[in-house]
Design a binder for this molecule. Structure first.
Ligand SMILES: [Zn+2]
Ligand SMILES: [Zn+2]
Ligand SMILES: [Zn+2]
Ligand SMILES: [Zn+2]
Length: 308
């Protein structure tokens, strides 16, 4: 661990000269600090100060991501992540010297000694993780933000559930309903064009949770089909506590589906491609629509309930 005595000077020194990353072992070196009188806040929380300084050193100057082994450096000591190295044509992006193939083992070792808070701290995660296992945790962290569940466009918005609910309402103009039952009509005048898939999303709130009802047309092999399914706005572990049913019919016929909502962690495409929903062949959908089969008019009813 880092020496705690004479802490102030050491930490101040570290702030002034961030390139010094190895804790000096000789106490004499610790007395060179110039701002000893400025007992800064960082000195009160030494580990935090160290971490944030070292963390800056571990930031790749090109992509600004945290660097993981192998960390590369030029002959002048400028560092670079292994992802960016192949893209800089053997030139150090900082000093333009030839990059070569030098690994920065010292920085890799310093990184191994670090423990850092999960990057989703602001979303509520209180975990502290060793540098090299932090990434793995973050890929699984239950506080990591969700992707926008809207399927009709490539939307890159991420956030927690309350944020995404307002985003769906305000930016995608999605219909919002509250209650455990629903009755929804899908009308399409040119049902023969499933290639330009129809995506429809409705958000339901019940049990203090939010659910996305998806309805869309797609091509399944040679057949044009419609699929309706529900996704839960939350993690899979919680989604399992709910069930739902969907019904579609007409002309005295009826199809029923009962399922478990999928978490929005699973992409809408993944759910669709696993056929985890009510699938209606287009011909049957047109039959249910009645009339002259020129127009799709489907009434989908459903219910959400909580499993005991
Ligand atoms: Zn990089
Ligand atoms: Zn350089
Ligand atoms: Zn976390
Ligand atoms: Zn969106």
């Amino acid at each position: 661990m880092l020496p705690m005595a004479n802490g102030n000077s050491y930490f101040n020194d570290l702030r002034i000269k961030p390139e010094i990353i190895d804790p000096p072992e000789n106490d004499d070196i610790l007395d060179v600090g110039e701002n000893v009188n400025e007992a800064s806040e960082s000195a009160l929380k030494p580990n935090v100060a160290i971490s944030s300084n070292v963390r800056e050193l571990l930031e790749c100057p090109v992509c600004l991501n945290a660097m993981y082994p192998p960390i590369h450096q030029c002959s002048n000591g400028h560092t670079l992540c292994s992802g960016c190295k192949p893209r800089v044509q053997n030139r150090c992006p900082t000093c333009r010297h030839e990059l070569g193939n030098i690994r920065c083992l010292a920085l890799e070792k310093v990184a191994a000694s670090l423990e850092l808070p999960c990057k989703y701290q602001t979303f509520g995660c209180v975990g502290i993780y060793p540098y090299y296992s932090k990434l793995k945790h973050e890929s699984q962290c239950t506080y990591r933000p969700y992707n926008c569940p809207y399927a009709g466009s490539e939307c890159s918005v991420v956030g927690d559930i309350p944020f995404l609910v307002s985003h769906l309402k305000d930016d995608h103009k999605v219909d919002m309903h509250s209650g455990t039952t629903f009755n929804h009509r899908y009308v399409k005048s040119d049902p023969h064009e499933v290639e330009n898939a129809t995506w429809m999303l409705t958000v339901f709130s019940c049990f203090g949770q939010y659910f996305c009802l998806h309805f869309e047309a797609f091509q399944l092999g040679m057949a044009s089909v419609y699929i309706a399914f529900l996704r839960f706005m939350g993690d899979d572990s919680e989604a399992k506590n709910y069930s739902y049913s969907l019904e579609v019919g007409g002309n005295g016929r009826k199809m029923t589906w009962q399922g478990v909502p999928r978490s929005i962690r699973d992409s809408h495409r993944k759910v669709r491609d696993s056929f985890d929903g009510l699938i209606i062949q287009r011909n049957m959908a047109l039959f249910f629509s009645g009339g002259d089969r020129k127009e799709l008019k489907l009434r989908v009813t459903g219910r959400i309930w909580k499993e005991q």
